[in-house]
Design a protein around this ligand. Sequence first.
Ligand SMILES: [Zn+2]
Length: 489
Amino acid sequence: MAEISEEPRFTLRVIIDEEKNKAVLAEADRDFVDVLFSLLTLPMGTIVRLLENHRQQEPVTVGCFSNLYKSVSDMSIENFETEACKQMLLNPRSVKEVECKRLKLNINPNDDLKHFKCPFFSRCNLCSNFSGSDCECGEEMNQEIELSEEDKASGSIQNDASGVFVSGRSSFIITDDLKVSIDCTGLVLNTLNRLGCSDVSKLGEQFLDLGLKEILSLFECMFTSSTPLTDTFLKKQNQDDVKKNTHKVLSPFVEVKTDVAEPEFTLDAIVRKQDMKILYLECGEEFVDLLFTFLAVPLESVLEISGKNSTYGCIGNLFGSFKELSVDSASKCVLPYYYKCQKQFSNIITTEEPPVYYRYRNSNPRQPNYSLTTDSDRTLLYRKDRLVSVTMIDPKSHGRDQSENGSGFVKRGTRFKVSDDLIITPRNSLNTSICFMKKLQVKADDIDVQVIRIRKAEVMSLLRASLVTSSALNTALWNLIAKKPKEET
Ligand SMILES: [Zn+2]
């Protein structure tokens, strides 16, 4: 944690309708807009963690993502394939971390990704990004190996003229519902007229001094309010005013042309006959892997996959502005290589290829034996026999069973129970379903088990529903449930 005194601060000039005590618009510089946009690049699990740490009194819920996060954190380590699995879900990494390092204020300063080897590195030539992974030789990979100076430097390009997500040096206008645009007179006049504030004599201004704490408060407010500038900075005293996210009715995604190669999941839906509501799902490890992967998906990708930005209020507005003003607007969700799971919907979520490293022996005896470099030419300069390629291992699997297709987070061969609001628990014994029926006060003949198939369209619906409701399963999957329970024959 940086010292408070050194923390970067921003000045936001806010034009206020003094009669209504309402923010009309704010004027900010590029650095602030970059920080605002960086919030969209954070993985969902990181958002849950940051907001939970930020506000300690009352729990902050980010749709069903908070429950997904809690399920990982509550689940015992024995239910995960390796220790790294739990770690990478509770502290998800993103491919945009390098960019975020260049921000004036990095909301989620992560340590650089480290590299670990086993004691027999010269023979195994394997490397892991997580300490304690099993090497093929059976030894633990816990000896850190450094990158070459050049590679370290390339990962932390310091300040340049072009900004991080937006280019140019102009100042920006931010509306109360978080539409961000380049400052121009026409736009300001339009906004004033639209809000009924054409009489500028009634307008005042206030200069806000914002640091990490204030920006996190604003971020938190975005999930519940449609006027976050006003609610965060002008009406601090009555937080109760803030509108809470209510259950939204979403239309399901229409089945996109089914690619035969696309995977699907077959699950048991436990349905209450009376109203055909899904009480919970019972499933194998691969579906849980998919749901847990949601924690690594950046907010911008959840919004992109979901399509209609209007559903998300001011977060949708911020995302729309991000896409308009951003220098690179990649529309695919790309995760670091180690999130690759066995069943991956590659046209929704893809993973990067692992980096290719070469090892070389350090000539300086005071340095560790080996270092890693990505530059094969550079290594050739030393001597040809020193060019040895190093393979990154999948930290989710154990040494000897590295598979081509990637593995998964949770223990193979386990059955799980997923509740409507995405609380996931391992289903260890018969006891669980009886407990559940008792808890919900339903009788065994009140419920029906239906086999359902989840494909791409349902995965997209689930991701979207997870952000806006606390009833993800019934919102996203209701059209898969037969309206009448099947009769016993
Ligand atoms: Zn080894």
